[in-house]
Design a protein around this ligand. Structure first.
Ligand code: T46
Length: 140
């Protein structure tokens, strides 16, 4: 993982090359939580950004296993950007990190490992509310 204070935390996972490319990620060795849910996004449209929310509790690691997209992370104080395009690199999105996804290239596949089962109440989708919570001005 990169520096502790960076918003961008990249987790490298093993890659095995023989007559294919095989990647694996497992709890403890690579993923800093028990994986409760897996989902993936395909056929996203370049001109429609996604995300625009933060989670109260859910933690996630995102792998762009094919293609390319840009992620913007925001902790309420500063923002950082990264291009995801390497199947052996996962991006950790921790609690209370606002995230936005842009520029999905054609045929991009984003695989997400999640620490919690789906709960719509875990989403903060209002940016002003997020800023208050992230900066400790509103009880969550
Ligand atoms: C995230 C980013 C990276 C479900 O019913 N179950 C699920 O497990 C998920 C992930 C979504 N949904 C429903 C909720 C919405 O009605 O699928 C619909 C689309 O979800 P959303 O608009 O939140 O999609 P994204 O791409 O903006 O965000 C997703 C995840 O929802 C989110 O947790 O961090 O990918």
């Amino acid at each position: 993982m990169r520096g502790k204070n960076n918003l961008i935390k990249i987790i490298k996972i093993p890659e095995i090359f023989d007559d294919c490319c095989l990647y694996f990620a497992q709890t403890k060795d690579h993923i800093p939580f028990s994986i409760k849910r897996v989902y993936y996004i395909t056929k996203a449209v370049t001109k429609y950004p996604r995300g625009f929310h933060a989670h109260y509790k859910n933690r996630q690691v995102l792998f762009c296993i094919q293609g390319n997209l840009e992620m913007v992370l925001d902790n309420g104080k500063r923002k950082e950007k990264i291009i995801l395009n390497k199947p052996n690199e996962g991006l950790l999105i921790d609690r209370l990190i606002w995230h936005e996804m842009y520029g999905f290239k054609k045929d991009t596949i984003l695989l997400v490992l999640s620490s919690a089962i789906f709960d719509p109440k875990d989403y903060i989708r209002d940016y002003q509310k997020f800023l208050k919570i992230a900066n400790g001005k509103q009880a969550s």
